[in-house]
Design a protein around this ligand. Sequence first.
Ligand SMILES: *Cc1c(COP(=O)(O)O)cnc(C)c1O
Length: 379
Amino acid sequence: MKIPFNKPYFTGKETEYIRQAVSSGHISGDGKFTKKCHEFFEEKYKFKKCLLTTSCTDALEMCAILLDIKEGDEVIAPSYTFVSTVNAFILRGAKIVFADSEINNPNIDISNLEKLITRKTKAIIVVHYAGIACEMDSVMALAKQYNLFVVEDSAQAIDSYYKHKPLGSIGHLATLSFHETKNIISGEGGMLIINDETFIERAEIIREKGTNRSQFFRGEIDKYNWIDIGSSFLPSDIIAAFLYAQLENLNHIQDRRKSIWQSYYKQLLPLKEAGKIQLPFIPEYSTCNAHLFYIICRNLQERTNLNNYLKDKNIGAIFHYLPLHKSPYYQDKHDQRTLPNCDKFSDCLLRLPFFCELGYYEQLFITDHIKLFYEQYSK
Ligand SMILES: *Cc1c(COP(=O)(O)O)cnc(C)c1O
């Protein structure tokens, strides 16, 4: 048996919708399927305005432009995250002030956030790691007090909630990813969510190469012109057609993923209770969207051994996020602060295979081997 780390799930409708997009004669951006996707999100989650983008990375780059990030501005973000979370702001000249993670989950450490704010701070970027919510009331209160913007990098957080509010609906701006490794996919793809409506008009312009072409196509103006900076951030309607097939099946996909998540948790609970591993911690203010399942080993050596052991059994576990504050690109730019919780997750966290079609017996095969490893090699 060989169990990959990820396997993209297809609902079966994707190719039919792509065929429809092609035969409609409109395959560039903002066609029929793009509109359907926007409406889906605006209706289901009551997001004020949604704009599909070519990736979450691009949506984050749009955020940096929208917030007018300039040379010398400071942006606070977790170090334990994907590069794009912060690279988008680096491109506009920002200095990233890296925050540590919470002690019991990889999200941004709220209790030490205020200390990182200076006169130059412009924005706080939070990442809802594994679709588990950051403590947003505190983040928004700080933002209000110091007049900062909040961006939710919700790349992993589709269909997850903080105190009954959908993630992505709380910050001034938020982003989603539909990369092949996420819950809902379009290969590559993403979305910008605009909750502060003062950004809507400019977001449409930035997304259309700095022109007011969106207004022109809606018939609101009689010619379009170059009025701001921007780029080509909108996806082809072919991508949107694929995505719409996924969105129609969101409930099914989420039910399936949640049941896999629960089953991992149940099977591995004895190891947690024996003090050998830690399992994901979900604060009571957050739901879990079953984006990924991880365990925390006791140290780097043990994780390396377990990972090699699983590899040997053809089980595709992976670890991730080398701390960004120690990366070759940023280590010289980072101030001297140590970020011990970030380092701990980077050393000890192991992600287990997770995809819709992961079968029950495959899952047992994985968890039995993890248990065997702890019985035989790492008591
Ligand atoms: C996947 C991911 C991204 C990047 O998404 P793309 O759509 O691949 O650009 C950004 N941030 C986080 C936290 C992610 O998990």
